[in-house]
Each structure stands twice: as structure tokens, then as C-alpha cells.
Design a protein around this ligand. Sequence first.
Ligand code: IVH
Length: 703
Amino acid sequence: MTLVPVDLFTETALVESVKSLREQLQHHGHRYYVLDEPEIPDAEYDRLFAELQALELAHPELSSADSPTRRVGGAPLGQFDSVRHAVPMLSIRTETDTLATGAENFDARVRRELGLTPADPPVEYVAELKFDGLAMNLRYENGVLVQAATRGDGEIGEDVTQNIRTIRQIPLRLSAGTKGNACPAIPPVLEVRGEVYMRRDEFEALNERQREKMALGAKGEKTFVNPRNAAAGGVRQLDPAIAAQRRLSFFAYGLGEVTAPAQGGPAFNTHFELLMTLKAWGFPVAEQTKVVRGAAELVAFHQYMGETRDQLPYDIDGVVYKVNSLLLQRQLGFVTREPRWAVAHKYPAQEQLTTVLGIDVQVGRTGKLTPVAKLAPVFVGGVTVTNATLHNEDEARRKDVRIGDTVIVRRAGDVIPEVVSVVLEKRLGQAEQFTMPRQCPVCGSAAVREEGEADYRCTGGLFCAAQRKEAILHYAHRRAVEVDGLGDKLVELLVDANIIRTLPDLYRLGLTSLAGLDRMADKSANNLLEAIETSKQTTLPRFMFGLGIRHVGEATAKALARYFGNLDAIMSASEDELLAVDDVGPVVAKSIRTFFDQAHNREVVEQLRACGVTWEEGAPAERAPQPLSGKTFVITGTLPTLGRDEAKDKVEAAGGKVAGSVSKKTDYVVAGMEAGSKLTKAIELGIKVIDESQLLELLNGSA
Ligand code: IVH
């Protein structure tokens, strides 16, 4: 951390700096604590805070009761009832030092305060996780949960009982331990303190749901920056039903007010004993919680948890060390609002600021296009990050990430690094808004986004290098063209070794090209070549399915083969013609048409045929005459029996078209009850108006 050397300040510059830091902290504290919408990463906030703290320490004459350093949390929102805590909810001193010194300094301080000499034995500590959520006080009277309150400013919090009751991990009524497990009776008054948090998988799922809602145009919805903000937002919901959907969790780590031993309350000797009792009473206590001795073991715990924190299902931002003996805790006491017997030892932040160098578009195995921000390298969540996903076009535009922007990047757990938001105040250039390319950046085929979908996809499935593996695997599938024995691993091997680039290469394989491959004995090479040879004789439905056209499953492939009889007819069919096939709606028809419109895809099909892939081609199936072929209909008003979509489907199935508005090209207007302007227009233009029964007659070909 770089602090400005205090003695370099002139008197006025100093006053100005302190004032500015307080204002910034107040602003960001409000964004963070009250609105749950931070603008800067926590590490940045901490840095400003530490800077102010240092200045105030060096210049006590500048201290002021309303400084953000004098406040534990944010002001209550005012929407919930206020709760005065029976025992104030304190904060703990934080060591950000990532080296061993964080733990060593703490142990040295404790030993000094207790007057221990190097000859005395090591102090016993409880090492805990520092959960990244929000502190909660749960009050039980006679074993029943009567109130849950946030920390607020440490003295006065908010009553969020209704929301906290929705957290399944929090017992609503306590029972005195499991059978055979001696544990104290539940005291008449018991306040349990701990952290409400959201698991990472729940957080990802929540944001995914939010993105879907936004894609459907829902107003006022947003994604959340991190699990802590999502949890805090959930706890502060005025509607408990929404809080319940957040699926929050809880860990207990301490006590508030408790009936005194003299009045029949429990008497604990150590903090660990207290935690184990809470566990026995039904509270979740993290299993990593551990009793250790001396600084060296604290260091080992810090290091071990730092290495394994990615594997936890929730975020931690550090570990907490507490003196285990409650007697020694009392002896150590408090300094201002922090206990001398506990300290938080932090890890490198999981959110950082960096700059966007560019926006690339990557193509996934299945053709999905994903915009990815290229970042100035930044150390976040324990690794150096240079790429962060922007998910899709809508998301990239909503966050409005532009080249040159300063952004908050988050990386937690195994989750892919993500751009959380842009720091708009830092936008300098006039970089343009991101737009998704209309061509696949890998193969140049058309990239399309279907209605109701969030993603653009490359339509060059058979040709696109990004989709090779998936295309070959799908083609070789047992229910498609079937190449026995050509599975995941082998495809991976063949494509990575550049032996197969596109599907037809499969049929050009020989023993020599397979010879050098790892794990490929002569026998298996021969078996593979044999299976490839056998696959040449296939059927049209299998081949159609094997092409991997989006939305063309087995049933559709069969229906297409039955209807058209041969591949050329399918390849040249217009969308309208395709629509006549059972099982084929507008989305499927369009997808087939787009696929065969890509020259590269057609080429691959030709090459496959040239390589000897063959099937029996038939004549088109006997088709019922198409009674409405070439006719355009407009449907208006409410029909007596048919729904609007149903009528449309029937007309289309009979070869007709349905348009949305009446024009000279309209052949029939089908009018139901309460038909409006379309009917008037039809009469004006002299277009034939019919009712539902006349339509049904037309459909039967009897009119
Ligand atoms: S003990 C007097 N233990 O970290 C000691 N706090 O300032 C009170 N936290 O917001 C806190 N995990 O909510 C304690 N194992 C843990 C913790 C923990 C997370 C939070 C706490 C507070 C902050 C400490």
C-alpha cells in the first residue's frame, strides 16, 4: 500500500485531503452499505479508508465525530424498524498483509498485552474463515427466534426478521443437542451472531435468472456484482418472498447477549467450546474452524485456506484469528470498538480495477459467439487475469463496456473472470458501443441470433474450425451416421493433431496417418478404418441428422427425408416449402435454409458424397394436394372455435401464407367476432371476406 508521507503535506493541503477522503468514503459507503450498488472494488475502498485512517492518526487535531472511520457500518435504510443491540456489534481489526507477518504481528501483540515472555507456552487460538457476507444478530427467547437484526452502525441495526426466517439454515426453534451429546440447556435469552451469505452456485444461478428476465425485457431488473451484494440485497428486501428466492445461507461465529451463568445461562471456558455448543444447538459452524497454537500454526492456516479457498462453495475474503480462552479474551478487552483478542487476516481481493484493451468474439464448440473483454493484466482472486467474459450481446451492451474503459473485474472460485461494471467517471475516449459481428470471426459464415435467444451462433457448423470437434462427434454418433468407436477422446486426438480438419477428412484417413498417434495400436487403427468404411452406407435421415443443423433432431430429419425423398430437394427447398413438412415450423425452416445457404456447408456435403457416403434416395412421398398453395390470408377478430395460432398453422400446413396486414396481395380475410380495421380495409379493397366455417371448407379442399 502506498501512503502519501504525511509530513509532505502543507496545512491546507492536509485539511483538503482529509475532507476529500471523507467525502469519497461517505459516497462509496452509501453506494455500498445502503444501496448495495458499489462503484469501486472493495480493495479500492479499503485503500481510501486506510489513507484517511493514517492521516487522522498522525493528526489527531483533524479527527471528527462524523468521520467514516468512526462508524462501523452504514446508516439504516429506514424501511425497517430499528433495533438497538443489547450488546454492540463490533468490528475487528484487519491485517491485509498477505505474508506471515499478519499472523505474527497479532500473536506478538497478544503476548505483549498478556505479559507473556518467550519462555511461556504458545497462546491457543481458534482459526476461522472470514465469510464474505453480512453480519447478523439472531435473538432467541426461550429457544424461539424472535428477532434478526443487521449490524447497522453497530449500536442500531435493522429488524429483518421476516427475511431471515426464510433462511433454511437458521433454526426457528432450538433443541438442546443431539442424543448422547452432553450440551448445555438452551438459555432463556440467547443471541447468536454470524454471517448471512450466498453460495457461489446460487449467485451464478441468480444472475443467470436475472439475465433471462432482462432478455425478456423485464424492467427494473439487474445482475448483482458479487454474492455479498446479492445477499445484502436479499436481506433488505421488503418482500420476504423475494428474500426467500435468494436462497441465502448462514454461519455462526459468536454470541451477543446471553443469560448470565448466575441466572442459569451457559458457562463456557473457550471460544471453541462455545462454537461447538452452537453447532449442537443447530447452527451451522464452518467445518474448517480449528484450534491452533502460536503464530506458526496461524500462518499455516492462513496459507492453507488461501490455497484452497477456490474449492469452497462460498467466498471468503480472509481468515479470522481469535484467542480461544474466554478468560484471556476478557483480560485483553477492547481498544475503541475493536477487540484485542481477534483479528481478520485478509486475502488478495477478488475484485480489481483494470483497463479494457479490446473486445474479442470467441466461438464455442457449438457455434455460440461470446464477446470477451481483453484486459490489461491484473492480479485478482489469486491469478493474473487478461480475459473476462461479457456473456452475450445484450449483456455487453447493458454493461456498455468499451475499449479504453476502466472496469471492475471479479474472479472468485473456479468461476470464469467477469467484468462486473464500468467505472463511468473514468471513461476518457469516445470509443464506440460494442456491436456483435454478423459474421463468424473464425470461419466467416453468417452469425445469426434467433428470436427469443440471447446468443448469436455461427451457421457454418460443418466447416467452422471452432466447431470441428462437435461436428465430427455429432456426425459419428450412434443415432446419426454412426462411426463405431469414434468418441470424445479420439476426436480430440485427431483434430488436435490436425489429421482431421473437416468431416470429409474422416474418409481420407489411412493407416499411415493414424500410425504415429498416441494410444493407437494397429488393431484399433484397423477397427476405426473399418468403422469409417461401414459408415459410408447410411440412410438419408441419419445423414440429415448427422449434419448437426440447429433444431434438426432425429424426428425432424426423418420427416424431411420422408417428405422430400432426396437430399438435393431438401437443400434447395425454400422456407415456405420446408414449412409444409410436419414437425417443421418457421424457426426450423429458417435454420435449415440458412445452413444450406452457407457455401462452405454445401461444399462439405458434396465432398462427403464424393468420398462415397451414400444412401438410398427415394421419390418424394405421396403428398396430399396443397389446397391453399399460393394463397395469402389475413386473420382478424376472434374465431368461434380455432385459436389464432391454430388457424395460422392449419393455413400454413395446407400451403397457404398468413400475413399480418391487409393489402392488395391478400386473397382472403378470415373475420371473427370484433374484427376491426383489417375488416374495414378488406371491404375497401374489395378483398374476399370469409368466416371460420368457410375457411374450414377451403382447408378440406371442398370449396
Ligand atoms: S467475529 C467482535 N468471525 O467480518 C468480533 N467476524 O469486522 C466480531 N466476519 O462484518 C466479529 N467472518 O460479519 C467474526 N468468523 C468470523 C467472521 C466475521 C466474517 C465479518 C463480520 C464483520 C467483519 C468483522
